[in-house]
Write a new protein. Structure first.
Length: 289
């Protein structure tokens, strides 16, 4: 499978070195790009954060969100870049992000054509950075940028995976009872997939940081919204930290939650259960022989 391509069952994640050299990929128009600033102040020798914000019809939200994120990242003292991956929204996203990128060279915009899916957009951004710490954050304003400070500290203090958690002690979400019930059912369905040692309270969060070495060269499902769960199950994760946060309200626009999202999640669960318990059966048969 070519890098930059996507399918229902996933694409292998790894850095696309060619895209860093000539700023082009087969599936992406790079509307604005600057190479990483070699003089950025670093926290930890050789450490760098790449925060990917996937977007589809989120221009109004990005207008308010990006300056807040930039402010937090500048204050963090870490080397960083922010990559907005837009699925060809044609709603002004390119103009808004492009204008901000001209003022802040660490902002990049990548526009995908003929592809869709939040997980796929995140993976696409990750493949086009050389950062050692990879992050994901929603564009709709429901993830408070201020939590990034704690997530970065968590990652730099030994956690392979730092999760902004709605269900850790101190976290909360303002959903109606039905939406909260649906969320808890989805989390409960995934519980058998997690190991007891690394069990996360919010394995379906869309706001997290992970070390590149833990996910590189693993094929992840590009459709759907629940990349974190697959990272927890299949990534090379040794330590998980959760930072509680209050899940906010969407600033504008409509939620992307749909029956298609639920179907993609069901397919992901089926794939992960088959991989986990199929391998257990194979091991048991081998022991029996």
């Amino acid at each position: 499978m070519k890098r930059g391509s996507s399918s229902l069952w996933g694409a292998r994640f790894g850095m696309d070195v060619n895209s860093l050299n000539d700023n082009r990929t087969s599936a992406t128009t790079v509307t604005s790009y600057r190479p990483p600033d070699p003089y950025s102040k670093r926290v930890g020798e050789g450490e760098k954060l790449a925060l990917v914000i996937p977007a589809l019809h989120e221009a109004r939200n990005l207008y308010y969100l990006l300056p807040r994120v930039c402010s937090i990242l500048r204050e963090s003292g870490a080397a960083w870049e922010m990559i907005v991956v837009d699925d060809h929204s044609r709603d002004g996203t390119e103009e808004i992000v492009g204008a901000m990128a001209r003022r802040e060279p660490r902002i990049r915009l990548m526009v995908r054509h003929g592809e869709s899916g939040l997980s796929g957009a995140i993976l696409h951004g990750w493949r086009h950075t050389d950062a050692t710490i990879l992050g994901a954050m929603d564009a709709d304003g429901q993830h408070p940028p201020e939590i990034l400070t704690e997530l970065i500290a968590c990652a730099l203090n030994g956690c392979d995976l730092a999760i902004a958690s709605r269900y850790a002690k101190g976290g909360r979400c303002g959903w109606n009872p039905l939406r909260r019930l649906a969320s808890m059912v989805a989390i409960t369905a995934a519980r058998p997939l997690q190991s007891d040692r690394l069990r996360a309270r919010d394995p379906l969060s869309g706001f997290f940081l992970v070390r590149r070495r833990c996910v590189e060269n693993i094929s992840f499902q590009t459709s759907g919204f629940k990349l974190l769960l697959e990272i927890l199950v299949r990534g090379r994760i040794s330590a998980v930290g959760e930072v509680p946060f209050a899940f906010g309200k969407r600033r504008s626009g409509r939620s992307k939650l749909s029956m298609r999202v639920a179907w993609d999640y069901a397919l992901l669960l089926a794939r992960l259960f088959r991989a986990k318990y199929g391998s257990i059966r194979v091991a048991q048969q081998a022991q029996g022989d």
